[in-house]
Design a protein around this ligand. Structure first.
Ligand code: AMP
Length: 200
């Protein structure tokens, strides 16, 4: 089973994808996390991707598509896979359709004002888990840091790109009858409760 989770930056898709994967006994695949890891470890992919990630722009489709194809082909394919942050363009959606068509696509909706509010308090743990200084503080003693692309100017760019490049892709899944929308407002548990009925 392939499940795709979509939504603007800071809508909570990373946290929900992680919880859904745990609930289904599947794998959580975050392209943002894999790219940031490749940058930190100075892998060839990271060298190519860094300037896009730092600027909040999309990494070119061919790089991201081959990354996801490799992960899906090399991993344990027996359980469900929850894709977080991929696809993000019509070309990526078409490529995914050609090698592993998704069974479900869930869009977590959140308006721009809420995105900016949330992102200013977001902090990341060492394993890519996300916290919020007010709503979901990191446990005592854990070092959680702000992502360099969570700065307000970069976030505005990421939002602009989401509306311009990712939103047109929603129609691709809508036409296939795969797209389900949930509200990203409310607590982590409330949003998860609205996703649960869509997983059956
Ligand atoms: P995220 O953690 O999902 O917010 O992604 C962080 C950054 O990684 C994005 O701003 C892009 O620069 C890059 N990225 C992640 N996923 C993709 C994708 N599917 N296509 C292109 N760039 C991506």
């Amino acid at each position: 089973m392939i499940l795709v989770l979509l939504g603007p930056p800071a809508c909570g898709k990373g946290t929900q994808a992680r919880n859904i994967a745990r609930h289904l006994g599947g794998t959580h695949i975050s392209t943002g996390f894999l790219l940031r890891e490749a940058v930190e470890q100075r892998k060839p992919l990271g060298m190519l991707a860094q300037r896009y990630v730092d600027a909040g722009e999309l990494v070119p489709d061919d790089l991201v598509i081959s990354l996801v194809r490799e992960v899906l082909q090399c991993g344990d394919n027996s359980g469900p896979a929850v894709l977080d942050g991929f696809p993000r363009t019509v070309s990526q959606a078409q490529a995914l359709d050609a090698f592993l068509p998704p069974d479900r696509v869930i869009l977590i909706e959140l308006d721009n004002t809420e995105v900016i509010l949330r992102i200013s308090g977001r902090r990341m743990g060492p394993n890519g888990e996300s916290y919020h200084v007010l709503y979901n503080p990191p446990p005592q003693g854990l070092v959680a840091v702000q992502r360099s692309d969570d700065r307000e100017d970069v976030v505005r760019e990421r939002l602009e790109i989401y509306h311009r490049q990712t939103e047109p892709m929603l129609e691709f899944y809508e036409r296939k009858g795969l797209l389900c929308r949930v509200s990203g407002k409310g607590s982590i548990e409330e949003v998860f409760d609205s996703i649960l009925p869509l997983l059956g």
